[in-house]
Each structure stands twice: as structure tokens, then as C-alpha cells.
Design a binder for this molecule. Structure first.
Ligand code: NAD
Length: 257
């Protein structure tokens, strides 16, 4: 296969839907072999795998709950045993839970923090251990959010998780740089995917949101995937330790107010 990612292999978590699926398919179309990870929907995972393979690359399907350390280790193991190695990890799997701070339960907290932060933390650790053992360089991309920086009332768990991912990325860029491992975040704004279906289908709420987005529309998974291809490619060889915002100007507008 030819393309900007030819010869690379990528693990993309939560890739049976939404942004992760868009990234996995775009990576495949750019020549990368991909590990499709699904949590709850095997059919959607298999459909994504088959579509990726139609681009002429190798694509495997692995079930994993990223909040379980054994599952994260298995994802890395499968990439090496079935695809012969891995260069790129996209920590994309994520959940959000709407609850006023005073109503947040321990279960809510554990679900959001364990998926969004602990998952990214330990999957990256398993990936980097393998890179170290094989003396390979690599690249980690975390799907953060504008809410790694921007407040989101009633989503304190989500903000805490994404704020954690912001500092995790900064710390690892410094700690892993000497190993030739680059670490960056993508911070999407409002992207049309299943995670925010109810908001995007609520016209008054959507209109209020669009008023705050200078480019006047919500984003698509393709808008995010293009940036992910760049960060995973050798064109970004000197890029590490930063968050790249893809939000139609939402965050800038908010900061200027
Ligand atoms: P989505 O719901 O379509 O995707 C989330 C994916 O994560 C799903 O495939 C789901 O199965 C998977 N997942 C959830 N828990 C998991 C677990 N424990 N183990 C493995 N996989 C798990 O929504 P999306 O919008 O594509 O979200 C992808 C990422 O982008 C998330 O991290 C989200 O926080 C982030 N994000 C989305 C938006 C947006 O507007 N859509 C904005 C900012 C950030």
C-alpha cells in the first residue's frame, strides 16, 4: 500500500464508532495496518475491520475494555503477534456522564476516569514497554477534548479525566522524548458522533452551540481524522508535547469572551 502512513501499524481504541472509526478507516486508506478495538459492538467492529481491509492493508479486530489493565496488555500483544509490531497508538476510547457535581456517584466517577484516563495511562505504558524492548520509536495520540481546558458544568468527571490526559501527555512527551516517542493530544470541539447524538438532535441546544462556533457548524469525524494522520506521519517528526485543537474556533471564542 502507498500513502502517508504506508508501512506503519496503528492501534485505535474505541474504533467501532465515531471519531475512532473515522481515524482507523482514514489510517487504512493512508496505508497503515490497523488494530480495530471494540468494547460493546462486535458487528460494528467487524464492519469497520472489513472496510479498513478493503483499502488493501491488514486489519484485525480485538475486543477490549481499556479500563482493564489485562485488556490493554492484550491489545498490544495482538498487534505484535498478528501484525508484527506497532508504531502508533491512538487513545480514543472515551465516555461522558452528565451529572451535577453533588449527584456524582462513585460508579460514575470510576466509569469516566477509568475509561478516559486510566485506560490511556496503562495502554500507553504497555505500548511503550514493548517499544523499549524492541528498541523501536513510536507515536501516541490521545483523543482529549476542548474540555481538557474549557469548563463544562455538570461534566466534572469528564473535565477531570480530560484535564488529566492533558498533563499525562505533557509529562510523557518529556519523559519519553529521549526514546524517540512522540506524544500529542487532539482536542475536538463539537463533532457529530453517537456520544453527543442527543445534543445534536435538540435544535434549540444545537442552535445555541452553533452561535459560539465561529465556523458555524459542528465538526465531522473526517475533520479530526486529517489531523490524526498528520500527527501519526513522519511529517510530524519534530512535533511532541502539544494539544491540537480542532473545534471550528469554539475554544478561542470562549477564551476571548
Ligand atoms: P463514540 O461514543 O462514538 O466513541 C467512543 C468509543 O469508545 C466507542 O466506540 C465506545 O465503544 C468506546 N469505549 C467506551 N468505553 C470503552 C472501554 N471501556 N473500552 C474500550 N472502548 C470503549 O464517541 P466519539 O465522539 O467518537 O468519542 C471518541 C473520543 O473523542 C472520546 O474520547 C471523546 O471523549 C472524544 N471527544 C469527542 C467529542 C465529540 O464532540 N464527539 C468532542 C471532544 C472529545
Amino acid at each position: 500500500p502507498s500513502g502517508r502512513l504506508a508501512g506503519k501499524t496503528a492501534i485505535v481504541t474505541g474504533s467501532s464508532s465515531g471519531i475512532g472509526q473515522g481515524i482507523a478507516l482514514r489510517f487504512a486508506s493512508e496505508g497503515a495496518n490497523v488494530v480495530i478495538d471494540f468494547h460493546g459492538h462486535p458487528e460494528a467492529g467487524e464492519e469497520t475491520r472489513a472496510k479498513a481491509e478493503a483499502s488493501g492493508v491488514k486489519a484485525i479486530l480485538v475486543k477490549s475494555d481499556v479500563s482493564k489493565i489485562a485488556d490493554t496488555a492484550n491489545l498490544v500483544e495482538q498487534a505484535w503477534s498478528q501484525l508484527g509490531g506497532c508504531d502508533v497508538l491512538v487513545n480514543n476510547a472515551g465516555v461522558e456522564k452528565n451529572a451535577a457535581f453533588l449527584d456524582v456517584t462513585e460508579d460514575d466517577y470510576d466509569l469516566v476516569l477509568d475509561t478516559n484516563l486510566k485506560g490511556a495511562f496503562f495502554l500507553t505504558q504497555a505500548f511503550v514497554k514493548r517499544l523499549r524492548d524492541e528498541k523501536m520509536r513510536g507515536c501516541v495520540i490521545n483523543m482529549s477534548s476542548v474540555h481538557e481546558d474549557m469548563v463544562f458544568p455538570n461534566f466534572a468527571t469528564y473535565c477531570a479525566s480530560k484535564g488529566g490526559v492533558r498533563m499525562l501527555m505533557r509529562d510523557l512527551a518529556v519523559e519519553l522524548g529521549p526514546m524517540g516517542i512522540r506524544v500529542n493530544n487532539i482536542a475536538p470541539g463539537a463533532i457529530s458522533t453517537p456520544i453527543n447524538k442527543s445534543l445534536l438532535e435538540d435544535k434549540p441546544k444545537l442552535d445555541a452551540l452553533l452561535k459560539n462556533i465561529p465556523l458555524g457548524r459542528s465538526g465531522s469525524v473526517e475533520d479530526v481524522a486529517g489531523l490524526a494522520v498528520y500527527l501519526a506521519s513522519d511529517e510530524a517528526a519534530y512535533v511532541t508535547g502539544s494539544t491540537f485543537v480542532v473545534d471550528g474556533g469554539l475554544m478561542r471564542n470562549y477564551h476571548e469572551q
